[in-house]
Design a protein around this ligand. Structure first.
Ligand code: BES
Ligand code: MN
Ligand code: ZN
Length: 468
């Protein structure tokens, strides 16, 4: 994918060369501020003055006699271990070389370097950036881990940002093959009408309307020795979501190139797992379709077969994600996994509930939920648990099939009813579902507008604790 989505190497391994003198950078949390003031030069005190409160992401550039940056002050906020200010920093620093020379002892250098690397991301496939990115040397950082995680997140963001004319089902298959090749993993791809013969009727029904060359696919990557605990990652791969015949209005369709965000996320999380050689048997399942309109498109009122054998009435062709995930989750349960995680840009209702920055997750397993929350906290990668409230199950009932894909309006909680639908197909053991937005709607320093990796750094921290 590297070649196709553009060069995404980032300055995550910067090491100053002999003779170079990088600009020193001091990271301060609020409680260290007064101690710092006592030692600071009058110039620094003057510049940082009353304005510098070490608020999270606050940056002061102290000039030297030549007017060039001589020292950088970075605020970390109230909690010394919180590294996300480094992400903002990446969006605020001018080009040049910098070196982290002061930090609270609670701040992990690796976390700081990773946050900085994530903040440097730009999508450059169609237009290159003119200025060189700033480079930050962080003594003590685990460079290999920073590179692995930053590159995986950049892969996810590149895939999400790439429009559907350059990233259809065939190109996503190409990206999956490249990833599998990189780690010596196995890959099987079932495409087009073969999906019917191999038992993926819902994936076929959703994807069959796409143009020739853009046929639906079921992608399955397998890595790691048999006999290890099975970890299955399932990602929604809707390369573009027109809504099908129940067509989306233009505002709602505008961002639907990102509807393969779940697929991009599980490829990236899989890359982290394989790079770290976690002792698991990993399967990455990506049902890949284009929810298109043609004479062959599925219709409202159609009743679909699923891999599990449950019949589903299509009340709305725009609720396509849960249909393809149904077959993929059934496939997951056939693998008898220790743990199944699915990620999907599944509902607009998730964004209404929690906004674009905070993905909800759903599980009935309290231990798993606690582990997910601990990983999210450790990685500064927030998620929020919502319940699988069984009182809303009747909203999925219909007269003529086992269930329907458009829940009754009385239940209202659309992210939850979608999760309840998935639960009908999910493995009986540990399972969690993430309804991600995968997108920054508005640019902020360190958070360029466009594709965003959500929840996977936290999940990787959770998986390391569970398996390593
Ligand atoms: N891909 C969309 C969900 C979506 C929309 C995610 C906007 C992020 C931003 C999904 O396929 C969809 O259209 N869901 C419908 C379901 C409804 C028809 C039951 C929705 O959320 O409106
Ligand atoms: Mn849809
Ligand atoms: Zn969709």
């Amino acid at each position: 994918m590297r070649g196709e989505t553009g060069d995404m190497m980032m300055a995550v391994t910067y090491t100053p060369e002999a003779g170079e003198t990088p600009v020193p950078l001091i990271a301060l949390c609020e409680e260290d501020l007064s101690a710092w003031r006592e030692d600071a030069s009058p110039l620094e005190q003057g510049l940082a003055g009353a304005d510098f409160r070490a608020r999270p992401g606050q940056v002061v550039i102290v000039p030297g006699p030549d007017g060039k940056p001589a020292r950088i002050l970075l605020g970390l906020g109230a909690s010394p271990g919180e590294a996300s200010a480094f992400r903002t920093l990446a969006g605020r620093l001018p080009p040049g070389e910098f070196r982290l020379e002061g930090r609270p002892s609670g701040l992990e250098p690796t976390d700081a370097a990773l946050a900085f690397a994530l903040g440097l991301y730009r999508f450059e496939r169609y237009r290159r950036r003119e200025t060189a990115p700033p480079q930050l040397f962080v003594p003590g950082a685990d460079v290999a881990e920073v590179e692995s995680l930053a590159e995986a997140c950049a892969l996810a963001r590149d895939l999400i940002n790439t429009p559907a004319n350059d990233l259809g089902p065939a190109e996503l298959e190409g990206a999956a093959r490249e990833l599998a090749g990189r780690f010596g993993a196995g890959i099987e791809v079932i495409a087009g009408d073969e999906l019917l013969a191999k038992g993926y009727p819902a994936v076929h029904a959703v994807g069959r309307a796409a143009a020739p060359g853009r046929e639906p696919r079921m992608i399955e990557i397998t890595w790691g020795e048999a006999g290890r605990p099975g970890l299955v990652l399932v990602g929604k791969g809707v390369m573009f979501d027109t809504g099908g015949l129940d067509l989306k209005p233009s505002a709602g369709m505008r961002l639907m190139k990102k509807d393969m965000g779940g697929a991009a996320h599980v490829l990236a999380l899989g890359a982290m797992v394989m790079e770290a050689r976690l002792p698991v048997r990993l399967s990455i399942l990506v049902p890949t379709v284009e929810n298109a309109v043609s004479g062959d498109a599925m219709r409202p009122g159609d009743v679909l077969a699923t891999r599990k054998g449950l019949s589903v009435e299509v009340g709305n062709t725009d609720a396509e994600g849960r249909l393809i995930l149904a077959d993929a989750l059934t496939r997951a349960s056939e693998l008898s996994p220790d743990l199944t995680l699915d990620l999907a840009t599944l509902t607009g209702a998730a964004r209404v509930a929690l906004g674009p920055q905070l993905p909800p997750f759903f599980t009935d397993d309290d231990d798993l939920a606690a582990a997910i929350e601990a990983g999210a906290r450790k990685a500064s990668d927030p998620v929020w648990r919502l319940p699988l409230w069984k009182g809303y199950l009747p909203s999925l009932e219909t007269e003529i099939a086992d269930l329907k894909n458009d829940p009754d309006a009385w239940a209202q909680a659309g992210a939850m009813t979608a999760a309840l639908f998935l639960q009908k197909f999910a493995p009986a053991g540990a399972w969690a579902h993430f309804d991600i937005f995968a997108w920054n709607p508005r640019a902020q320093p360190g958070y360029p507008a466009g594709g965003e990796a959500q929840a996977i750094r936290g999940l990787f921290a959770m998986l390391k604790a569970r398996y390593a």
